[in-house]
Design a protein around this ligand. Structure first.
Ligand SMILES: *[C@@H]1O[C@H](CO)[C@@H](O)[C@H](O)[C@H]1NC(C)=O
Ligand SMILES: *[C@@H]1O[C@H](CO)[C@@H](O)[C@H](O)[C@H]1NC(C)=O
Length: 989
């Protein structure tokens, strides 16, 4: 026992004794870091030197540590200054970890340090002014931290610094001119910081060695200084995403070394400068999203250009023919300008063209046949021009194509057979041209086709059976063509199909069996054809169907009862040959237009059966006459009785009534006065602090439920327009529009009457509704409609999702006394209109990402559109959000191995989206989950997006899933009270 103890002491002491001093420092460093992934497990104290430990490099002669690279190891904790005791340490990298707290002043002890990479960590506070005391520092990368404040003036003293990157921090001072004193500097990278708005220091023209100047999204204002033209070594000039004005200085044509110029998203005016042919090294030029005008100069085309982006400007004239001679051009995006004339007919002949987007111009002539000569063309986007002639046959061999959009042109003739079946094409859009002929059977090999959009052409013939082979097809729109024959039976195999619109053709025959296998079908429009036979029962099993239009066909037989299970925003079965009873749920006056023009169809809807039904018809007519006579009698009796009984009372209330305003959502069979006169205490069926609920039986025998709310005191708004008063008083537009949803579980809101001091909501009367919910305080129940609404459809979940996003972006609760009688949605809308976006966005959010945040805000506004049918699907919402995420991400993406902004998904149709790259959220997420909440001085767009996507960004999530995802982040967004606000007020029960 004693021996064992002795031995173990011996082995312990011998092992620590044998490790050299530098190793011991590293052991202490290891103890100071949290290492959840055991990245430092090889750092064993039994070794004599640390030279074999992971991340450590030594000088082989002296075994002295020269380099430490612990990038991507997930270690956490404050910066270990102890490492500065390693005298020969020249290179230190902690890139992409969780180094937190501030960067200590004693970092200046690392006297031999040449390379310091602390990018993508959680460092906060100001930049230590002592960094400039590192005499040998050449490379300083602090990208992606939370440094704030000014750039210290000591930074002018760096002796050997060649690279400095402060990208993606919170530096909010000015861009200091003194940086130019770092004469050794080759790369100055300050992008994506919320600098105080200021000009590009003209002094920067004196950076004799500068190769990369990256100042995108730095709040730059004013003009681009002429002096920048003196940067003879500059290879990369990036001034994108600022507020620069004036014209592009002619001096920039002196940048003889420049390879890439990024000026997109500013407010630059004037034409492109003369003399661009001098930029002999220029490969990538992007001046998109400015206000540039004039012609695209031919000189530009004499350059070895690879990528030319000039979209969203005011360029006019024809495209210089020389553009087709650029030997390396792979990207040409000129959409949304005023270009005229033809595309050079040899475009693509001399260069491996990959992306071509000339949409939204006034271009004419034929599509050049050589576009895909190199076999690399992926996207051809030409929508909204005046191209004519046929699609060149050569394109049908272009197997690299993924997106083909030729819509809204004057193209004609048959589509080359092979084009239908290109294996990689996911979007094929020929809408609004004059194409003719059939869809070729070769479509069978279009394995990736997801959207086939060929409406409004002259296509004819049968739809080929092969359509049913397209396993990825989610949208097929072929409306207003001349297709005939019946739907191919295989079409029910399209499991992904969400939208089928073939209205306005000459299709006939029966709908195929098995339509119930269309589980994702959301919109089915087969109107204006010659379909016959029964409407298949399976239609009731298409559980997400929202839009069903089968009008103007020859459908016969009964209406499937299963239709009652669907949540339809649109139902049109009119002008067919349907017969029998209307399903009870739809047998109401308000659905009349859905069934009209079916002579054999009967229900409780007046005017449907045309009375040809023999004995029954006669009996019915007799009944009607009796009812009419009785009604007249009652009317006369009633008037007389009323006159006597209420003569005086009426006088008293006449003035009062005139002040009532009515907003009705439907054709009403009653007037507001009728209701007003029936609000007797006898009729109260529920009451609470907010008001009372009455059951009113109207003169036509129908019962309505009237909720009378004693409103909050109104502001004096006599001068306001009448409509405005109604808008305000009627609680909100949501009340009005939810009332338009037709669903069995939703009580209809007939109308809403308002007066100075009280509001009436008139509902369809439902005997089984419990009125418990209606008794609460008005401001708590918030939305009267929700209280009376028992179930809402998916689109109202989208609405809830939109409200939660509004909460995130505005930092406000959904209910707040500040809004007066409005809710958050109305508050946002009015404030954007009146005071602008800035007034609405939460000041805690990082202003650096204002643009993205505004986009998120816009999506939320879309989701909260008053009309459910106008709200996007969750799928679409996710795509839009992902696009914002991808844009945000792509700013940091590398192109050709260089740190430079590159957004490869820009397209005129904003259609191609990138999912957030793997691990995109993880870095910021760690910050969100920890206690670091208080340290966060500005919440970035990433918080917003990460919180929305959370861990799951699958296509199939419902709005609910995303709301749950967001709730995980409720601790960061202090305004978010998901539990309360979502489940109680916004989520459908
Ligand atoms: C640093 O390197 C020098 C020679 O390159 C060597 O003499 C010295 O001992 C090293 N320092 C340490 C602490 O090992
Ligand atoms: C820094 O990270 C460590 C390890 O995760 C943690 O314990 C510490 O609280 C953090 N410090 C700060 C100031 O956030």
């Amino acid at each position: 026992m004693l021996l064992f103890l002795f031995l173990s002491i011996l082995s312990f002491s011998s092992s620590s004794l044998s490790l050299n001093q530098e190793g011991l420092y590293l052991q202490q460093t290891k103890l100071s870091l949290s290492d959840p992934d055991s990245a430092l497990s090889s750092w064993s104290d039994r070794d004599t030197t640390p030279c074999s430990w992971s991340g450590i490099k030594c000088d082989p002669a002296t075994n002295s540590v020269t380099s430490i690279d612990l990038s991507n190891t997930n270690v956490a904790g404050p910066f270990p200054s102890l490492l500065c005791r390693l005298q020969n340490l020249t290179s230190l990298s902690f890139s992409n970890n969780n180094i937190n707290s501030t960067l200590p002043l004693d970092i200046s002890a690392c006297q031999n340090l040449q390379h310091l990479d602390l990018s993508q960590n959680l460092l906060t506070g100001t930049l230590p002014h002592t960094l400039a005391d590192l005499p040998n520092l050449r490379y300083l990368d602090l990208t992606g931290n939370n440094f704030s404040g000014d750039i210290p003036s000591t930074f002018a003293r760096f002796q050997k610094l060649e690279v400095i990157s402060l990208v993606y921090n919170l530096i909010d001072g000015i861009i200091p001119p003194f940086l130019v004193n770092i004469t050794t500097l080759r790369m100055l990278n300050l992008s994506y910081n919320p600098f105080t708005p200021g000009r590009i220091p003209p002094e920067f023209g004196n950076f004799t060695n500068l190769e990369i100047l990256w100042l995108s999204q730095c709040n730059l204002i004013g003009e681009i200084p002429d002096s920048l033209g003196r940067l003879k070594k500059l290879k990369d000039l990036d001034l994108a995403y600022n507020n620069l004005v004036g014209s592009i200085p002619i001096s920039l044509t002196e940048l003889t070394s420049v390879v890439q110029i990024e000026l997109y998203n500013n407010s630059l005016t004037g034409g492109l400068p003369r003399g661009m042919e001098k930029l002999t090294e220029l490969k990538r030029f992007d001046a998109s999203m400015n206000r540039l005008t004039g012609w695209i100069p031919d000189e530009l085309c004499q350059l070895p250009l690879e990528s030319l982006n000039l979209y969203e400007n005011g360029f006019t004239g024809t495209l210089p023919p020389g553009i087709a001679d650029s030997p390396n051009l792979y990207e040409l995006r000129l959409f949304q300008n005023g270009l005229t004339g033809e595309l050079p007919q040899n475009l693509g002949k001399n260069a491996p063209l990959r992306w071509l987007d000339v949409s939204n111009n006034h271009l004419t002539g034929q599509i050049p046949a050589s576009l895909c000569q190199y076999g690399e063309l992926e996207e051809i986007l030409m929508i909204y021009n005046s191209f004519s002639g046929q699609i060149p046959e050569s394109l049908s061999h272009c197997r690299s194509l993924t997106r083909v959009r030729l819509g809204y042109n004057r193209l004609s003739g048959e589509v080359p057979t092979g084009l239908w079946g290109l294996p990689r094409v996911s979007l094929f859009d020929l809408v609004n041209n004059s194409f003719s002929g059939p869809i070729s059977k070769t479509v069978a090999s279009a394995a990736n086709l997801s959207k086939l959009i060929i409406d409004r052409n002259n296509f004819d013939g049968n739809l080929p059976e092969e359509i049913g082979f397209l396993a990825n097809l989610s949208e097929f729109s072929g409306s207003e063509n001349r297709f005939n024959g019946s739907l191919p039976g295989s079409i029910v195999n399209l499991k992904e199909l969400g939208s089928l619109d073939l209205h306005g053709n000459a299709l006939s025959g029966q709908l195929p069996d098995g339509v119930n296998s269309w589980k994702k079908m959301n919109e089915l429009n087969l109107a204006n054809n010659a379909f016959s036979g029964n409407i298949p029962d399976g239609i009731g099993a298409m559980s997400v169907l929202n839009y069903l239009d089968l009008s103007n066909n020859r459908f016969s037989g009964k209406i499937p009862i299963g239709l009652q299970n669907l949540k339809l925003n649109k139902l049109n079965l009119s002008s067919n040959r349907l017969s029998g009873e209307i399903p009870p749920l739809f047998a109401k006056e308000m659905y009349k237009s859905s069934f009209i023009g079916n002579p054999g169809l009967c229900g409780d809807i007046e005017g449907l059966c045309d009375g040809k039904g023999g004995g029954r018809g006669i009996g019915y007519a007799w009944l009607m006459r009796s009812v009419f006579a009785l009604a007249v009698f009652l009317l006369i009796f009633g008037v007389v009785w009323f006159h006597f009984k209420y003569r005086n009372f009426k006088k008293a209330r006449a003035a009062d009534k005139s002040r009532w305003t009515l907003m009705s959502f439907h054709n009403l069979g009653f007037s507001e006065y009728e209701i007003l006169d029936c609000l007797d205490e006898d009729n109260v069926i529920g009451s609470g602090s907010s008001g009372k609920v009455y059951k009113v039986v109207l003169s036509n025998g129908e019962a309505v439920a009237v909720k009378k709310l004693w409103g909050a005191p109104k502001k004096q708004s006599d001068d306001a327009e009448k409509g405005q008063v109604i808008q305000d008083n009627c609680f909100d537009a949501e009340v009005a529009t939810l009332s338009k949803i037709r669903h069995k579980n939703i009580v209809k809101l007939w109308c809403c009457c308002t007066a100075r001091d009280c509001n009436l909501l008139v509902y369809e009367y439902m005997p089984n509704v419990t009125f418990a919910e209606l008794k609460g305080n008005y401001s708590d129940t918030f939305d009267a409609e929700y209280a009376y609404t028992l179930r809402v459809n998916e689109k109202s979940d989208i609405y809830s999702f939109g409200v939660v996003i509004l909460e995130l972006v505005t930092g406000k609760r959904p209910v707040d006394p500040d809004y007066g009688e409005k809710d958050l949605v109305n508050w946002v809308c009015t404030n954007i209109d009146q005071k602008g976006v800035d007034h609405v966005i939460d000041s805690k959010l990082d202003s650096c990402f204002k643009e993205e945040i505004s986009k998120v805000l816009n999506i939320a506004i879309l989701c909260t559109n008053p009309l459910p049918i106008n709200r996007p699907s969750m799928r679409r919402v996710v795509k839009m959000l992902q696009e914002i995420g991808a844009e945000n991400q792509s700013k940091t993406a590398k192109k050709d191995g260089k740190l430079t902004p590159y957004y490869y998904d820009d397209a005129s149709d904003h259609g191609s989206f990138l999912p957030p790259p793997p691990g995109w959220c993880s870095h910021r997420e760690r910050l969100i989950h920890g206690e670091e909440k208080e340290e966060v001085s500005g919440l970035s767009i990433e918080y917003l997006l990460c919180s929305i996507f959370s861990d799951n960004d699958s296509d199939n999530n419902t709005a609910d899933d995303y709301v749950k995802g967001i709730s995980k982040y409720a601790n960061v967004f202090s305004n978010l009270q998901i539990g309360e606000s979502v489940s109680m007020e916004w989520r459908s029960p």
